[in-house]
Design a protein around this ligand. Structure first.
Ligand SMILES: Cc1ncc(COP(=O)(O)O)c(C=O)c1O
Ligand SMILES: N[C@@H](CCCC[NH3+])C(=O)O
Length: 455
């Protein structure tokens, strides 16, 4: 049996998305795993489990790779924007802002988190295919750019912006009609998508916005999907978007922003081999540059919206091993103290992960187990066919690359409290999200009075 250790020294520290583990991962003298200078099993002891751990150096390395690559490969202005749906918190908002990033939000909750985390309103864009009036107003009042996804957005905004007041800053999202290979739930660029205007509608929407006082069109947006390893669809997108930019300018909109979305994939298992951040940016930047030059267009400000590739590799989740059940000749189930409520990706997208024991990452495996959570659901499987040294109750197990779309998609299924999250850096750990307690889950329950009267 092969060891499934994610400890891969020497992989690309400049492109965290190409690594299984955070870039600061190392072993101590007893071959126990250390991340950000902190021993993982000590973090589990100190903060309890399940525990989300985020490595600050990995987060900053990913941000700096995007920024550096945009500056190197794109001759015009640029602004990377963090897609905060991947992992939204006050700390993340503050960290990406300090790295010169803007931020993309899709709800009032994410928007408040960005603003309170210190991201200036004019560096935030609001997405969403069904924005509420409250969300539109909160965005408008804070100078946030609103990405109009459909006619409903335009109709509502035209009512909400006070007559004579500053116009809302608007981008138009359209579906570019580009297919890519990823799970069907996370594809967005094909025509049969709930997001964005149909490309055939673009001209009439652009005409509709000409001369309107309540909106100023600043840019165009498209996003083709998530966890994509191919580069060609992004090149095709650049060409489609440059065509749309040409149309908008010809019709009289002095549009300066071109937002090509996110989508760069990450390495979850050793067979995954995504492009590096530098390569992705280079291909996108060159394609936009070339598509604009061939149409004689002044270069727009290039915006991109990475989510997963910025945070996935920075995160690991720590669990404690609990019960085991062996069905002779069939399978051994090993249970941990979390599961589909803290990581719904395996049950939602059949996503694969890599895991090992925190204190024995290099030990030879003794058995192949199925790693399951504690939820009342047979599909609550975190990893199938995981080769591990024999794990006893109480051992700390690490699942890698959980920084993206784990805490942000977590739930309280079975009334299980959400885990705490800590940030690690140079041997220090800081709490960035408190652990929920069972009592917290009752906070919004209301017992109807007539039930109380029944005693
Ligand atoms: C509009 C938009 N921008 C950016 C992203 C971020 O994508 P990713 O996490 O794949 O980089 C998404 C998610 O797919 C999205 O819907
Ligand atoms: N939640 C998805 C990605 C969705 C991207 C948002 N449009 C995932 O975990 O892969």
């Amino acid at each position: 049996m092969m060891s499934s250790s994610p400890y891969e020294p020497g992989r690309d520290p400049l492109s965290p998305n190409c690594n299984l583990a955070p870039i600061t991962t190392e072993l101590d003298a007893q071959s126990r795993l250390i991340v950000g200078g902190c021993q993982l099993s000590e973090l589990a002891e100190c903060y309890g489990t399940p525990l989300y751990v985020l490595d600050e150096a990995t987060l900053r390395a990913a941000c700096q790779s995007y920024r550096g690559a945009l500056q190197r490969h794109y001759p015009g202005p640029s602004l990377p924007i963090y897609a905060s749906k991947a992992n939204s918190s006050l700390m993340m908002s503050s960290l990406v802002a300090s790295e010169g990033f803007g931020l993309d939000v899709v709800s009032a909750g994410e928007l408040l988190t960005a603003l309170k985390g210190g991201v200036p309103g004019d560096c935030i864009v609001l997405h969403g295919n069904n924005k509420s009036d409250q969300e539109l107003l909160l965005a408008y009042r804070n100078g946030v750019t609103i990405v109009a996804d459909n006619q409903h957005d335009l109709d509502r905004l035209s009512q909400l912006v006070p007559v004579g007041a500053d116009p809302a800053k608007l981008m138009l999202r359209f579906t570019p009609g580009i297919e890519c290979h990823t799970h069907e739930y996370i594809r967005t660029g094909h025509l049969d998508s709930k997001f964005g205007f149909d490309p055939d509608q673009l001209e009439s929407v652009l005409n509709q916005l000409l001369g309107c006082r309540w909106a100023r069109l600043t840019g165009l947006h498209a996003h083709i999907g998530s966890q994509i390893f191919e580069l060609e669809p992004h090149q095709d997108l650049a060409d489609v978007m440059a065509g749309a930019l040409q149309l908008a300018r010809r019709l009289g909109h002095p549009v300066m922003d071109l937002n090509v979305g996110g989508g760069l994939g990450v390495r979850y298992v050793s067979s995954d081999d995504p492009p590096s951040i530098d390569n992705w940016v280079k291909v996108v930047a060159e394609a936009v540059n070339q598509a604009c030059r061939s149409r004689n267009l002044d270069l727009p400000r290039l915006m991109c919206e990475p989510g997963r590739s910025l945070v996935a590799a920075a995160g690991v989740t720590l669990y404690r091993v609990g019960s085991r059940k062996t069905i002779p000749g069939l399978r051994t189930y090993l249970s941990v103290d979390g599961g589909m409520s803290d990581n719904p990706r395996p049950i939602t997208y059949q996503s694969l992960y890599t895991a090992c024991l925190a204190d024995r990452p290099l030990a030879s495996p003794d058995e192949t187990i199925t790693l399951v959570g504690k939820h009342c659901e047979s599909g609550d499987v975190l990893l199938k066919d995981l080769a591990l040294p024999y794990a006893s109750s109480g051992d700390v197990l690490v699942v890698f690359a959980t920084g993206a779309y784990n805490v942000s998609m977590s739930s309280n299924y079975n009334r299980i409290p959400r885990p705490a999250a800590v940030l690690v850096h140079s041997g220090h750990s800081e709490l960035v999200q408190r652990r929920e307690q069972p009592e917290d889950l009752l906070r919004y329950d209301v017992m109807p009075e007539r039930f109380l009267a029944l005693g």
